[in-house]
Design a protein around this ligand. Structure first.
Ligand code: NOJ
Length: 554
């Protein structure tokens, strides 16, 4: 792979900010945009190239802001439009690019369009912007089809008509407060194009596109053969589902990854390209089989698609090497560049997913160093760099609609969304001066930024110092080629350019590896685990569950 002349986003490290939990500036217990501005120097120091902000738009906040009631305004809980302008400006001054979320699959039921739809008759142009249909049954009491919401429960809710009688149903693939938009309606196209231009004119460098594969729906009035199985498969709740059943369900989802969606992105690409300075887009699209993801990043469509293989990966050499191979081959077929995601606001935190406690931390550090050394863009979710685990929460604290719509069967995603601990000496660890919207565990004191920033033991770096180093050092081989050196059941090794070798040992025992000829003299530049890695003649003994970066010395 020739990786010369990279565009800024192709090997960028992009830091995801969940604004509600990042930094509170006005003492209301929730993070806000001025809070983000105050922490930009921290992000610069971390070594990331860009920030991606989860939604801060006007929203009743029934789904953490992914229920947008005005995509061209800032919600007062996050600040004012002048704060958004200042955030873009201040980030740029520091050399940080800014990516914002766009949520085109649905609008909040508080959006003026939905209110207008409720005040209009069935068949009206106001209703046509959403998916409104009559119900089935004698009284229209049965939803138009049997689809389930991905958050649990039915995908349809019934409205009351102006005369007070139970009326039509509208589609919501997520919460009942998130009404799916009808992308066959021209108003919808125009409105999103206006939103894109609105933020592009303000200087944002890109967009993260929420549910990018969901906009077009087929066969909307037909029942699905197994709607509950499909929902479980989509939510990865598949431990007891045979593989063939899962694959068959996911290979044809009537509301995801329909061919018609690509026409929308071809139009959007023209808008991005009409602006200077390489504006970009990254799609959130869980599609099956995985090669279908590449269709979204064809040269005239979007720039990147999140690769979620590592978000659900095991710490297993074979599994990881296969995932890397598959990803690199697939993106190469459309001349796109890969992305890597270890965690985000929708998934368990990395340390917890790797098993929690000390062993989970050790594996999390190792998989992070492996990921940071791969060619492509790396997405880092806030707090991942601190090695935060999922926070234990009581059910009274939970706010995720997933918890409520599954009657508590699925605890939801709040555990990964708990505010960050900044300062071990301040109350609420410096996140807020009042009660945070989700409680911060008291044992996060030792994980606070101030404690980690000052860890100086070079052989046992804190999580934060490890991320700071790897995010900086990865720039050394950012545009160099990738080749495998070894792929065994325990060890993955590859070379970047001619000077850097990366080895991961996923086993519980030390593993001996030899280095290429040209590495007769070498230096260990980073290791995820404490070690006594004195360079020996031609080889190395890799500590258990670790990743090591080696540089040849000529
Ligand atoms: C994906 C977002 O990441 C998630 O947080 C949200 O709940 C759904 N899309 C619906 O917008």
């Amino acid at each position: 792979m020739n990786r010369k002349s990279l565009l800024w986003w192709q090997e960028a490290a992009i830091y995801q900010i969940y604004p509600r939990s990042f930094q509170d500036s006005n003492g209301d217990g929730e993070g806000d945009l001025p809070g983000v501005i105050s922490r930009l120097p921290y992000l610069k120091e971390l070594g990331v190239d860009a920030i991606w902000l989860s939604p801060f738009y006007k929203s009743p906040n029934k789904d953490g802001g992914y229920d947008v009631s005005n995509p061209r305004d800032v919600d007062p809980r996050f600040g004012k439009m002048s704060d958004a302008n200042a955030l873009i400006e201040e980030s740029h001054k520091l050399g940080l690019r800014v990516i914002v979320d766009i949520v085109p699959n649905h609008f909040s039921t508080e959006h003026v369009w939905f209110k207008a739809a409720l005040n209009s008759k069935p068949g009206s142009k106001e209703r046509d912007r959403f998916h409104f249909f009559d119900g089935r049954g004698d009284e229209g009491e049965i939803p138009p089809n049997n689809w389930c919401s991905i958050f649990g429960g039915p995908a349809w809710s019934r409205v009351t008509e102006l005369d007070g009688r139970p009326g039509q149903w509208y589609l919501h693939l997520f919460d009942s407060t998130q009404a799916d938009l009808n992308w066959k309606n021209e108003d919808v196209h125009k409105d999103f194009e206006e939103s894109l231009r609105f933020w592009l004119d303000k200087g944002v460098d890109g967009f993260r596109i929420d549910v990018a594969h969901g906009l077009v729906k087929d066969e909307i009035l037909q029942d699905h053969r197994d709607p509950e199985g499909l929902t479980r498969a989509l939510r990865l709740d598949v431990s007891d589902m045979p593989r063939e059943q899962r694959e068959s369900l996911l290979s044809d989802v009537p509301f995801f990854d329909r061919d018609g969606v690509h026409e929308i992105y071809r139009k959007w690409r023209k808008i991005f390209d009409s602006y200077p300075n390489d504006r970009m887009s990254v799609a959130e699209a869980w599609v099956h089989p995985s090669y279908r993801a590449t269709l979204y990043v064809r040269p005239d469509e979007l720039h990147q698609i999140f690769n979620f293989d590592f978000l659900i990966a095991e710490w297993d050499a074979k599994f990881l090497a296969n995932a890397v191979d598959k990803t690199l081959q697939e993106v190469a077929a459309v001349a796109a560049s890969p992305t890597w995601v270890l965690s985000n606001h929708d998934s368990p935190r990395l340390v917890s997913r790797m098993g929690g406690a000390e062993s989970g931390e050790r594996k999390a550090r190792a998989i992070a160093l492996l990921t940071h050394a791969l060619p492509g863009g790396v997405y880092v979710f806030q707090g991942e760099e601190l090695g935060l685990p999922d926070a234990p929460l009581s059910d009274q604290d939970r706010q995720d609609p997933v918890f409520f719509r599954t009657n508590g069967v699925d605890k939801g995603r709040d555990g990964a969304r708990v505010p960050l601990p900044w300062n071990s000496n301040q109350s609420q660890f410096g996140f807020t001066t009042s009660k945070p919207w989700l409680p911060i565990p008291s044992d996060w004191k030792d994980k606070s930024v101030d404690k980690q920033a000052h860890s100086t033991d070079g052989n046992n770096l804190s999580f934060l110092r490890l991320y700071q180093k790897s995010l900086r050092l990865r720039k050394l081989f950012a545009d160099s080629e990738f080749h495998w050196l070894t792929r065994s059941n325990e060890v993955i090794g590859f070379i970047r350019g001619s000077e850097y070798v990366i080895y991961s040992n996923t086993s519980g025992q030390a593993q001996q590896v030899s280095l290429p000829e040209s590495f007769r003299a070498f230096e260990i530049i980073l290791c995820s685990a404490p070690n006594d890695l004195a360079p020996g003649p031609g080889g190395l003994s890799l500590p258990p569950h670790s990743t090591t970066w080696v540089k040849s010395v000529r």
